[in-house]
Design a protein around this ligand. Structure first.
Ligand code: NDP
Ligand code: MG
Length: 387
């Protein structure tokens, strides 16, 4: 039997985090969970720590650290904030980044700098920091495996390539999108959607931020940027097609016309298990398909006029530099404002678009420059919202 591999699970209390725990429960001999982190949900962290005998935990602030200390006792080492995430993310064989939003940046950077396998759900860090990530992923041993289902599908489909990054034998990467809860809706109808409408995703159950991003198609826009950064393929070779059943998770079209796709029922445990299991596959058929039960697969073009987030993302990709970081940061502020009831659903992307109108081409060559740009885009978005 091969030796057990150690796992650091950052964002353990969230949607991807808890599904990763389900995978780990099935494979107690293959993996050992050695560290976990969360934001402020210390009760949940203490429950996970007890079940998996974890002795190293990260939380986002001192107050949570004090509350956690009361729950777990003196034998557990507690880390705080982004520095804590860095410590935790450089100390396991496989680091799962399931933190929500730009707060996941220290995990991505520290895991790759330490030459670890990064099982990446947190697309925001890769998108914002793409030029910096490109450097640290050259560290010997460092590798990014995508948990995001579309990118996990592409990773599998690219195994058919006979070339290397940037894959000259690939004509197109075709990302599938469910279309979200508002597929087919007119602009007028979209003007009055509620928070409950936007949180009701038809095929996936996910954390609130990505669920809202899916309703605006900003998630797909971010995934275009993610695919380009991950696979080194320029965005003009990344297409989006709406596929409401979420069974075909994405496709690669080769120059000879062959299209290689990965199919399964929508179940995030499959891509999580893939990223943990490589170089082998784990023997659990999560998302198994039944081809005899009237399975229907349909495809249509996205409505780019009703869902302008998609073209905003392409535009940010063509700008390069700090533009993707601005897009993602402004979007985080707007989604939070929408969830707080401060702005309408349509204002999310309108506000992001107004922020992007103010973008001045800027390169990112250090973390400090990235943090400055992130803060600037957040400030601009907050100022527009406050008006
Ligand atoms: P959730 O909101 O469900 O979970 C987020 C996790 O991050 C929680 O553990 C939360 O802790 C922690 N967290 C939140 N804010 C901070 C912070 N400031 N510092 C440290 N930790 C923090 O999100 P999801 O699991 O849905 O998504 C996580 C990532 O995975 C996102 O980047 C998303 O885009 C990506 N993803 C998710 C998919 C899904 O199916 N859910 C699919 C594909 C990608 P606490 O509970 O204490 O707040
Ligand atoms: Mg996805």
């Amino acid at each position: 039997m091969s030796p057990s591999r150690s796992i650091a699970l950052m964002g353990a209390t969230g949607s991807i985090g808890t599904q990763t725990l389900e995978v780990l429960r099935r494979e107690p001999n293959a993996f050992q969970l050695v560290s976990i982190s969360g934001g402020t949900n210390v009760h949940e962290l203490s429950v996970i720590a007890k079940e998996f005998n974890v002795r190293h935990i990260g939380v986002s602030n001192e107050q949570s650290a004090t509350a956690l200390r009361d729950l777990v006792g003196p034998d557990v080492q507690i880390e705080v904030g982004s520095k804590g995430l860095e410590v935790l993310s450089s100390s396991a064989d496989i680091v799962v980044n399931a933190v929500m939003g730009f707060a996941g940046l220290p995990v991505t950077m520290a895991a790759l700098s330490a030459g670890k396998r990064l099982a990446l759900a947190n697309k925001e860090s890769l998108i914002a920091a793409a030029p910096l990530v490109e450097k640290v992923r050259q560290t010997p041993g460092a590798v990014i495996l995508p948990i995001d289902s579309e990118h996990c599908a592409i990773h599998q489909a690219l195994a058919s390539s006979t070339s290397q990054k940037p894959y000259p034998d690939v004509r197109k990467i075709i990302l599938t999108a469910s279309g979200g809860p508002f597929r087919g809706w007119s602009k007028d109808r979209l003007a009055v959607v509620t928070k409950a409408d936007a949180l009701a995703h038809p095929t996936w159950s996910m954390g609130p931020k990505i669920t809202i991003d899916s309703s605006t198609l900003m998630n797909k826009g971010l995934e275009v940027l993610e695919a380009s950064a991950l696979f080194g393929v320029e965005v003009d070779r990344v297409d989006v097609v709406v596929h409401p059943q979420s069974v075909v998770h994405s496709m690669v079209e080769y120059i000879d016309g062959s299209v290689i796709a990965q199919l399964s029922m929508p179940d995030m445990r499959l891509p999580i298990a893939y990223c943990l299991g490589l170089p082998g596959r784990l023997d659990h058929a999560w998302g198994k398909l039944d081809f005899t039960s009237g399975l229907e697969l349909t495809f249509e073009a996205p409505d780019r006029s009703a869902f302008p987030a998609l073209d905003l993302a392409y535009s940010a990709a063509r700008h390069g530099g700090a533009a993707p970081a601005w897009l993602s940061a402004a979007n985080e502020i707007c989604v939070e404002a929408f969830l707080q009831g401060m702005i309408t659903w349509q204002s999310i992307v309108q506000t992001v678009s107004s922020v992007m109108d103010k973008y001045v081409p800027t390169d990112i060559s250090s973390i400090d420059e990235l943090l400055e740009n992130d803060a600037k885009a957040r400030q601009l978005a907050s100022a527009i919202i406050a008006k």
